[in-house]
Design a protein around this ligand. Structure first.
Ligand code: KIV
Length: 283
């Protein structure tokens, strides 16, 4: 696609995709080169997820991730992206105190980092009010229900949510309330596919599933899981499209071997003096 013909993905475009039954594609990205690859491949939505805490910063969970870390990584992503809609994930405790603080933090994603929208987890009464306040401030918001990793200490561990009637009803209610509050899309994480289907049919806004089966309006995965950047634990819902850790390991091992055996850098990777005369003088 030439630069001129690239049309930025917008909120109305996503709504139209749902109406037409065209699946929305989404992935996480946390840095410039990854965002460039993902955008140029044609992804519709890039989430700078707070999963960056676990995936690239090495935290145990997403709780320690700060606003400054999120802004730093979101800036790198927005510098690379031409087409995809960019969503900045609001980290734990950036939308938990007051509406003023929430709007200020959310606005940083748009003003400082160049994102197009923000995402928050949960749908308590207070959260719904915050969503309305952000939208009032012209900040588009994406919702997130089902497994919400920022509630890890309440949940105990990451597991499928809404497998039984009461939990399922609560998740439907949360999704409906978020739509009423004005979110433009909602992530359904780790819920039974039957529940995801019911929610998807019930809502006019798109649902984006992760571990929620094939019947959502779109799908999102963590980039590093998709490409096999590391070979650690992999949830059941992840399909691997590459084994990058193997490729990278091989490349680094090759480099180590070449340096140790003095086969790198060979002549074609080295520079030479312009004239023999200069070299002679230097010697
Ligand atoms: O932070 C993240 O990567 C997410 C996705 C899993 C939806 O919230």
């Amino acid at each position: 696609m030439s630069e001129k013909t690239i049309q930025k993905v917008t909120l109305p475009f996503l709504r139209k995709m749902k109406k037409k039954g065209r699946k929305i594609t989404a992935l996480t990205a946390y840095d410039f080169p990854t965002a460039k690859i993902v955008d140029q491949a044609g992804i519709d939505v890039i989430l700078v997820g707070d999963s960056l805490g676990m995936v690239v910063l090495g935290y145990e969970n997403t709780i320690p991730v700060t606003m400054d870390e999120m802004i730093h990584h979101t800036k790198a992503v927005t510098r690379a992206v031409k087409r995809a809609l960019i969503v900045g994930d609001m980290p734990y405790f950036s939308y938990h105190l007051s509406s003023e603080e929430t709007v200020l933090n959310a606005s940083r994603f748009l003003k400082e980092a160049g994102a197009n929208a923000v995402k928050i987890e949960g749908a308590s009464e207070k959260r719904l009010e915050l969503v309305k306040t952000m939208i009032e401030a012209d900040i588009p918001v994406m919702g997130h229900v089902g497994l919400t990793p920022q509630s890890i200490y309440h949940l105990g561990r990451f597991k499928v949510r809404g497998k039984e009637i009461e939990g399922a009803k609560q998740i439907v209610r949360m999704a409906v309330d978020l739509e009423k509050a004005g979110v433009f899309a909602v992530v359904l994480e780790c819920v039974p596919m039957e529940l995801a289907k019911i929610i998807t049919n019930r809502l006019e806004i798109p649902t984006i599933g992760i571990g929620a089966g094939p019947l959502c309006d779109g799908q999102i995965l963590v980039f590093h899981d998709l490409v096999g950047y590391s070979n650690g634990y992999l949830p059941k819902f992840v399909k691997r499209y590459a084994e990058l850790h193997e490729v990278l390991n091989k490349a680094v091992q090759g480099y180590i071997e070449d340096v140790r055996s003095e086969t790198f850098p060979e002549d074609k990777y080295s520079y030479h003096f312009k004239s023999k005369k200069d070299l002679k003088e230097l010697k």
